[in-house]
Design a protein around this ligand. Structure first.
Ligand code: GLU
Length: 419
C-alpha cells in the first residue's frame, strides 16, 4: 500500500495531467501538485463499552497550502485508507482554488464503520483522533469539516478537544459545527443547495429551465442528496428515484420528498419504506431521467455501466462519482457533466463563511449566506463554462484548467522554498 495506489488517486492525477497539457501548464508546478505536501497516519486506541481496547487507523493529508490553510472533511468509513484520503485532499486543493477561496486542500479519515460504535465510543474515537492530528490542525493551519460518516456532533467534539488543549474556545478550528457552538446558518444544506444552483446554471446555458417537466434521480439520499432534492422540488422538478445503502425507491410520477426525509431522519432504511417500488442502486443510475445526481460515493459510474447511462445532465454531488473513462465517454455523447469540484463546492464555500464568522466572532443571517454562496458558485460556473468554450474541452477538464490556472499563478508568485 502506498499513498498513490488507489484508483481515486490515479484518476485525480490523470485528470490533472490532461488539463495541464490542454492549457500548457508549467511542468514544474504540475510536478509539485502530483504529491501531497504532508500525510500523517495515526493510531487511535479507544476503550470500547465492554472494557477492551481497540485501535483504529486514522489519517490527515494536506495536499497543497499555497492559497491558505488546509481545508477538507474527515471521513469515517471502513474502506478509507491513506491513498483515498490523499486523492480527496488533492480534489480539495482544486475545489478551493476553483471557487476562489483563500484555502488549501486537505482531508482526513478514520478506517472505521461508525454504525458499529456506540455514541460514547464514537466520542472517544473523535477526541483521540483530534488529539493525534492536533499538532497539524488549527485556525491558521488546517481546518477540518464533516464528510461521509461524520457530522456536526463529531465537529463539536473535535472543537472541544482542541479548545481544551489550547485553553480557549476555538471557533476557527473546524467548520460544520452546531450553531450553538459557533456553526454557520446554512452549512448543513450548503452542499445540496449548491448542487441545485448548479443544475439551474447548467439549464440556463442549455436554454432550458427547471420545471415540472424535469425528472431527477438522486443516488445517495443523505447530507447532499436531501437538500438538493428539497430545492429542486421547490422549483417544480419531479424527483422520481432516491437511494440509500439498502435500495432505491422509484415512482415515475414523482416521490413525496418531505415524507421520505422524515423516514430517513428516523434512521430508517428505504428498503423498509412501505410505499413505492424498490429498485437497486445500479438500476437508479441507469434510469431514463433528465438529471442524474450521484451524491453518495466515488466510482459509481465507470466503464462497467457508462454505456447504460441515459441522463442528459449529470451533477456530481459526491467527490469523484464518475471515473475518467466514464467522463470521457459520456461527454463525447453530449452529456452535460457538472464536475464535482464545482458542483459540490457549496459545502466548502459555506465552511469558509463559517471560518470567517468564527474568526470575526460576528455571524451572518441566512439571506447573506445564500446570496453570497449563489454569487460565488455562479461566478465559478461561468468561468468553467468559458474555459470549456475557449479550450474546446468538456466541463470536467475546464474546471481543472480553471483551478490549475489559479494555483499556477500563486505557486509561481510564492516561488519554491528554499529557492
Ligand atoms: N467534505 C466536504 C467536501 O468534500 C466539505 C469540506 C469542508 O467543508 O471543508 O467538500
Amino acid at each position: 500500500m502506498s499513498l498513490y495506489h488507489s484508483d481515486l488517486y490515479k484518476d485525480a492525477l490523470a485528470q490533472m495531467e490532461v488539463a495541464a497539457s490542454a492549457m500548457n501548464a508549467d511542468p514544474n508546478v504540475i510536478e509539485r501538485l502530483r504529491y501531497p505536501k504532508r500525510a500523517i497516519t495515526v493510531s487511535i486506541p479507544i476503550r470500547l463499552d465492554d472494557g477492551t481496547v481497540k485501535t483504529f487507523e486514522g489519517y490527515r493529508v494536506q495536499h497543497n497550502m499555497t492559497l491558505g490553510p488546509g481545508k477538507g472533511g474527515i471521513r469515517f468509513h471502513p474502506d478509507v485508507d491513506e491513498s483515498e484520503t490523499a486523492a480527496l485532499a488533492m480534489l480539495m486543493t482544486f475545489k478551493c482554488a476553483l471557487v476562489g477561496l483563500p484555502l488549501g486542500g486537505a482531508k482526513g479519515g478514520v478506517r472505521v464503520d461508525p454504525n458499529q460504535l456506540s455514541r460514547q465510543e464514537l466520542q472517544a474515537l473523535s477526541r483521540r483522533y483530534a488529539t493525534e492530528i492536533g499538532p497539524f490542525i488549527g485556525p491558521d493551519k488546517d481546518i477540518p469539516a464533516p464528510d461521509i460518516g461524520t457530522d456536526r456532533q463529531t465537529m463539536a467534539w473535535i472543537m472541544d478537544t482542541y479548545s481544551q488543549i489550547h485553553g480557549y474556545a476555538s471557533h476557527g478550528v473546524v467548520t460544520g459545527k452546531p450553531i450553538s457552538v459557533g456553526g454557520s446558518l446554512g452549512r448543513e444544506e450548503a452542499t445540496g443547495r449548491g448542487v441545485a444552483y448548479c443544475v439551474n446554471f447548467a439549464y440556463e446555458k442549455l436554454n432550458k429551465k427547471v420545471d415540472e417537466n424535469i425528472t431527477v434521480a438522486i443516488h445517495g439520499f443523505g447530507k447532499v442528496g436531501m437538500p438538493a432534492a428539497v430545492d429542486l422540488v421547490e422549483q417544480g422538478a419531479k424527483i422520481v428515484a432516491v437511494s440509500d445503502v439498502s435500495c432505491a425507491v422509484y415512482d415515475p410520477s414523482g416521490l413525496n420528498i418531505p415524507k421520505l426525509i422524515d423516514w430517513v431522519k428516523e434512521r430508517k432504511l428505504l428498503k423498509d419504506y412501505p410505499y413505492y417500488d424498490k429498485i437497486t442502486n445500479a438500476q437508479l443510475l441507469e434510469l431514463d431521467v433528465d438529471v442524474l445526481i450521484p451524491a453518495a460515493i466515488d466510482g459509481v459510474v465507470t466503464e462497467k455501466n457508462m454505456k447504460n447511462i441515459k441522463a442528459k445532465l449529470i451533477a456530481e454531488g459526491a467527490n469523484g462519482p464518475l471515473n475518467k473513462d466514464a467522463v470521457e465517454y459520456l461527454s463525447n455523447k453530449d452529456v452535460f457533466i457538472i464536475p464535482d469540484i464545482l458542483c459540490n463546492a457549496g459545502g466548502v464555500i459555506v465552511s469558509y463563511f463559517e471560518w470567517v464568522q468564527g474568526l470575526a466572532h460576528f455571524f451572518w443571517d441566512i439571506d447573506q449566506i445564500n446570496k453570497t454562496l449563489h454569487a460565488i458558485l455562479k461566478n465559478a460556473f461561468d468561468e468553467v463554462y468559458e474555459k470549456a468554450e475557449f479550450y474546446k474541452v468538456d466541463m470536467k477538464k475546464a474546471a481543472m484548467i480553471a483551478a490549475l490556472a489559479k494555483l499556477e499563478a500563486a505557486m509561481k508568485l510564492r516561488g519554491l522554498f528554499p529557492g
